[in-house]
Design a protein around this ligand. Structure first.
Ligand SMILES: Nc1ncnc2c1ncn2[C@@H]1O[C@H](COP(=O)(O)OP(=O)(O)OP(=O)(O)O)[C@@H](O)[C@H]1O
Length: 307
């Protein structure tokens, strides 16, 4: 059985802003846990409280109420901090540094010995794909390159727990794939990875478990299987030579000489296939679409705004 790495119990955090010091409940009585060695996704729309939660579990912010423990310690504890690596949502760098200088700077802040840094830094630069930019100052880096430098910085202390706030922001599809592969690689090395993202297919591709947050609250937490229930939401039939659209079809479009038809139940699918066969249409494929994380999030957001 996997050990609990991080436990968050009934944690709340409010901010006061503006002249009138208006109170914003950024996180309201949030509870979940993260198991050792898992990839855990923190998901939710803008303003859901993801960054605030991540800042509290890395010890940057102190909760107003509730309790957070990292292997039994407070996240503010020196020992807990030494085993965590953190990529902030908008990392700030000294622009005149080169990537290896940046990593040495952070390594020294952690008190890592020079010999270890000499070995670790070139490896990290290679892992995040910045070898070609070793001689370039960070001020000349693209957004994607900065993100890669930030991920390398989060790994400089060889952390047991890696916390990445929106690591795919600003990356092209190749960069996003690199980040996904890197997250898997970190898991293979036995690390626990916690990351927040708006890019739900990326979360689905890598996460063992997910917490869905909306307006500072946890609405769902569990494995993808638990959240989506592996239910089929609709079917798609692609056919050619379709003279009449079957009545059971919910919506359709013609594209590239084929007809794409959506059906919302298995009964409707069977009726559609029978009619297509009768009318001598040629069925090219039938695909079922499962409920995905986006459906669950939209349902949760809707449910929350209805209350
Ligand atoms: N330092 C702060 N001062 C005032 N309000 C804040 C502060 N930090 C966050 N908030 C507010 O708290 C709420 C939650 O913000 P948070 O950044 O945690 O959300 P998020 O889910 O990370 O959003 P996003 O996806 O847009 O980054 C928002 O309403 C935000 O405006």
């Amino acid at each position: 059985m996997s050990r609990e790495t991080i436990s968050i119990q009934a944690v709340s955090k409010a901010f006061r802003t503006g002249f009138l010091r208006t109170k914003i409940d950024a996180v309201a009585s949030v509870s979940f846990h993260v198991n050792e060695g898992e990839i855990f996704g923190v998901v939710g729309p803008n303003g859901a409280g993801k960054t605030t939660t991540i800042k509290m579990l890395t010890g940057i912010l102190r909760p107003d109420r509730g309790n957070i423990s990292v292997f039994g310690c407070s996240p503010k504890n020196r020992q807990a901090r030494s085993i965590m690596g953190y990529l902030p949502e908008n990392p700030y760098f000294y622009e005149h540094l080169r990537v290896e200088e940046l990593l040495r700077f952070y390594g020294q802040l952690f008190g890592i010995e020079r010999d270890i840094l000499d070995q670790r830094i070139p490896k990290l630069v290679q892992i995040v794909g910045l070898e070609h930019a070793r001689d370039r100052r960070l001020s000349r880096f693209s957004k994607g390159m900065r993100q890669r430098a930030g991920i390398a910085q989060a790994l400089i202390n060889d952390p047991k727990i890696v916390v990445l706030d929106e690591p795919q922001t600003g990356l092209d599809p190749f960069g996003r794939k690199d980040v996904r592969d890197l997250i898997f690689e970190l898991k293979n090395q036995g690390k626990t990875v916690i990351f927040s993202s708006h890019i739900l297919p990326d979360v689905e591709a890598v996460c063992d478990r997910v917490v869905l947050m909306v307006k500072g609250k946890v609405l769902d937490v569990g494995t993808l299987e638990e959240l989506t229930g592996s239910q089929i939401k609709s079917y798609e039939v692609i056919a050619t030579n379709v003279s009449v659209i079957p009545k059971s079809v919910d919506s359709h479009r013609n594209q590239g000489g084929a007809t794409f038809m959506d059906l919302v139940s298995e009964d409707a699918l069977q009726e559609c296939l029978a009619e297509l066969t009768e009318s001598k249409a040629r069925v090219n494929s039938v695909t079922s679409r499962r409920v995905d994380l986006e459906d669950v999030l939209i349902r949760d957001v809707q449910r929350e705004s209805d209350q």
